[in-house]
Design a protein around this ligand. Sequence first.
Ligand code: NAD
Ligand code: UFG
Length: 344
Amino acid sequence: MNILITGGAGYIGSHTCVELLNAGYNIVVVDNLSNSSQLSLHRVRKITGKDFLFYKADIRDKNALETIFHDNQIGAVIHFAGLKAVGESVSMPLKYYQNNVAGTVTLCEVMEKHGVFHLVFSSSATVYGEQECVPVNEDSTLHATNPYGRTKLMIEDILRDLSNSDSNWSVALLRYFNPVGAHESGRIGEDPNGLPNNLVPYITQVAVGKLSELQVFGSDYPTADGTGVRDYIHVVDLAVGHIKALDKVLFSKGINAYNLGTGNGYSVLEMVHAFEEVIGRPIPYRLCVRRPGDIAISYADVRKAKLELGWEATKGINEMCKDSWRWQVENPNGYKEKYSEKMK
Ligand code: NAD
Ligand code: UFG
């Protein structure tokens, strides 16, 4: 049996491929490389010493998916493929609804046709919107505040409808908090296109000298130091969470949402200082106005994942910073300028 990984060349997907291969699963990867490089998969093979099939295809291409399901014994799907830039989703909503929502519908149609009903889906803490109380648990009201978040909410609803319509389906909705860090080998990590939107890649690019200073968005939030608080989770912990969720969907029915976070919140300045400790020098930053759409505090109630999946995060912020930094230093331009690296 093979596990199909959509979006497996991306940041979280590539780390999950490593953990799946190390755990003995056979995988097949499909990715259109719209936000990734095939080099990440080459490195997954190097890290694990294991091989797997890769299809460069779009999940909206039904014929391509048909071929993949026809030619490989797919037993379950872990579905990462999607666009994730919040700002871009505001200016190009149709691109997001088309790619994320229509893509997922096509994937589910092909799964259904081939009798594959086990699905692990990459949702996001963004489905909680402005959180009324923290830590936020899976039963909280759902409310998205931008088109990207609405694609996640719509897909969750579609998957709930599907599960209600046919009891064969078994689905895990994984609501990630803030994934950061990289594989400890320094070989795979997050490779944002252009100016990073997210805090950690921005900090590491300032630290490596590619950007001059970090803008801290808001210092007047109702938090201990006035800066926004988030639940940062190491991407390898997150990857392991997918294996636990896969084990769950393979041996049960129905649909369940799980928060994947650490349960701890850190402010922007706490993250900056944690990086300064790892790097051994100050990181230039400037306190600025709030970024529109940001919330003050977000961290997860992680009890459900611990109880039902037997999973909890093990890596703290020091490891997150160390591993992000190693990836940044060893790959200052991400996967770019490395095309000479021998690919199989
Ligand atoms: P990523 O962009 O690195 O990976 C997504 C991958 O999907 C990329 O390799 C991209 O090329 C591929 N892809 C996109 N559309 C596709 C399509 N139509 N067909 C085939 N492949 C396609 O992003 P990531 O950070 O690894 O995120 C993975 C998933 O997790 C996404 O669905 C994202 O929305 C979700 N998520 C990410 C975060 C985060 O902060 N990174 C937080 C919450 C949820
Ligand atoms: N921040 C800065 N400066 C920056 C970037 C971020 O101060 O240059 C601050 C933000 O204001 C926020 C914190 O750092 O307080 C974290 O911001 P990120 O952009 O790294 O992450 P968000 O919590 O805003 O959003 C992320 C993903 C979303 C996802 C959400 C929940 O980008 O897609 O986590 O999973 F929905």
